[in-house]
Ligand binder design. Structure first.
Ligand SMILES: Cc1ncc(COP(=O)(O)O)c(C=O)c1O
Length: 481
């Protein structure tokens, strides 16, 4: 009998190459600091280095790994470098990477409980674990009317929350008939752009997103929110959704969730709280005051893929009333019907998200929580905050700089008093050097540098070196007067 023709990688070959890949990743972890943090690739350079046609015949896997070093690595910006201080982090860790690998190995598509019960039930359990761990309200637990689900991103979580709020406000009419142009959503001028995107996708329209003014600390003015909702009401419009942020992207501003919640309650408007990065800090009791009022939210999300050592993608999203979310998102074709779903005894997470299919993301979060324990996570979060606060103190003590926003946690916004050109020159010089990577924002219309401490391996020496580099470059750009 002739052997069946196959091009597949055998289990034995997979074992061999798998070890090589894990060795490669471990080597990368050890040597990541040797690379310039921000890739130096020019636009189109990586594309031009890749063959313009796919290979007709398969190649030895060793060659693929060689090309990873030769062709791909020059185009990598090293988010896992301890000298990565840009944006918000997207940190990772050994247990998370291994969880991701097992998830890929199992190859589960967990759209329904019945398509892999463990994929659903582990997710439910881990999200329930996190409720008390983060000081979130009991109404988010799956044992009550609420529950948690893992989304790919905070953007998707916000869109789901908005759709639930939209349908609650219109008694599910919008799902049937479409938007009538009267729905209105609210956020602040500092809210992440994902809310504007969600408002566009949901058919509410960017013109119907009210960006409420902020106070001197860049936090939403709850009094202006109330005023605007009342005006809109009087004009015959239908307020349906407010997004409050715990830790805005520009400056880590903390919106006054309690006061915003009161306004939302008075007007029956869905309150979503976005704590994309800062939510992780609530694992430490001393930082929980920043989320005061969250117990009144209709929905809440944070991203373990930012600051909780769980590689992208992983956003935890909770709702106080899961039926509102499910009613907004559930569509049931015949081919998805099954006994377990019909029994009402199981969760089908496909009804809690935009796509049908879903990955087994809970595995990596489970690996992370079990590896670190709550104590381990608290230790590293506290350390990051301590390092950021030390950096802020150094900046405050240097009269050439100013800090234009409060520093509640691990993000420091700072700028040279010398003005935008000097700050741009400083940022460019720092990033061109390759020893670290910072990004910028604008606060009060002025160019402002941001340094966020949240990378898994960042330690005191990295932050101290960042400050030394900043001072060295500043000496040439804005010498002391
Ligand atoms: C406050 C806030 N919300 C939402 C997002 C969007 O996150 P994601 O990439 O998970 O959609 C970010 C990203 O940095 C953010 O800072």
């Amino acid at each position: 009998m002739s052997e069946k023709k196959s091009f597949h990688m055998s289990a034995e070959e997979f074992r061999r190459q798998g070890h090589a890949v894990v060795d490669w990743i471990a080597g990368y972890m050890r040597t990541v600091e040797q690379f310039p943090v921000l890739s130096r690739a020019r636009p189109g350079e990586i594309l031009a280095s890749l063959p313009d046609r796919a290979p007709r015949t398969g190649e030895p896997f060793e060659r693929v790994l060689e090309d990873l070093d030769r062709l791909i690595m020059p185009g990598i910006t090293h988010w896992q470098s301890p000298n990565f201080f840009a944006y918000f982090p997207a940190n990772a860790s050994g247990p998370a990477i291994l969880g991701e690998l097992v998830s890929a190995g199992l190859g589960v598509q967990g759209m329904l409980w019945s398509t892999s019960p463990a994929c659903t039930e582990l997710e439910t359990r881990v999200l329930d674990w996190l409720v008390p761990v983060l000081g979130l309200p009991e109404r988010f637990l799956s044992s009550g009317p609420g529950g948690g689900v893992i989304q790919d991103s905070a953007s998707s979580a916000a869109l789901c929350a908005l759709l639930a709020g939209r349908e609650r406000a219109t008694g599910l009419r919008t799902n049937r008939e479409g938007c009538d142009g009267r729905l209105v959503a609210y956020c602040s001028t500092q809210t992440h752009s994902s809310i504007e995107k969600a408002v566009r996708i949901a058919g509410i329209g960017a013109d119907r997103l009210r960006q409420i003014e902020v106070d001197s600390q860049f936090a939403m003015r709850a009094d202006l929110l109330a005023q605007r909702i009342e005006e809109d009401r009087r004009a015959g419009l239908v307020p349906c959704f407010v997004c409050a942020t715990i830790g805005t992207t520009s400056s880590n501003a903390i919106d006054p969730v309690s006061r915003i919640a009161q306004v939302c309650r008075e007007h029956g408007v869905w309150l979503h709280v976005d704590a994309a990065m800062c939510g992780t800090a609530a694992i430490c009791a001393e930082f929980r005051h920043l989320q005061a009022g969250v117990e009144q939210a209709d929905s809440y999300c944070f991203n373990p893929h930012k600051w909780m050592f769980t590689n992208f993608d992983c956003d935890c999203f909770w709702v106080a009333d899961r039926s509102a979310l499910i009613r907004a998102l559930s569509v049931l074709p015949e081919y998805l019907r099954n006994q377990a779903s019909e029994s009402g005894a199981v969760i089908d997470y496909r009804d809690w998200q935009i796509p049908l299919g879903r990955r087994f993301r809970a595995l990596k979060l489970w690996f992370v929580i079990r590896h670190y324990g709550i104590e381990g996570l608290q230790h590293h979060v506290r350390e990051h905050v301590r390092l950021a606060q030390a950096f802020a103190d150094w900046v405050r003590a240097d009269e050439r700089f100013e800090i234009p926003a409060p520093v509640p946690l691990n993000l420091v916004c700072f700028r040279l008093r010398a003005g935008d050109d000097a700050n741009q020159a400083l940022l460019d010089a720092l990033n061109a050097g390759g020893e670290l990577y910072l990004t910028h924002t604008r606060l009060d219309g002025r160019l402002t540098l941001r340094l966020c401490v949240g990378q898994t391996q960042t330690q005191a020496e990295h932050v101290a070196r960042a400050w030394r580099l900043i001072q060295d470059r500043t000496a040439t750009i804005a010498p002391r007067g």
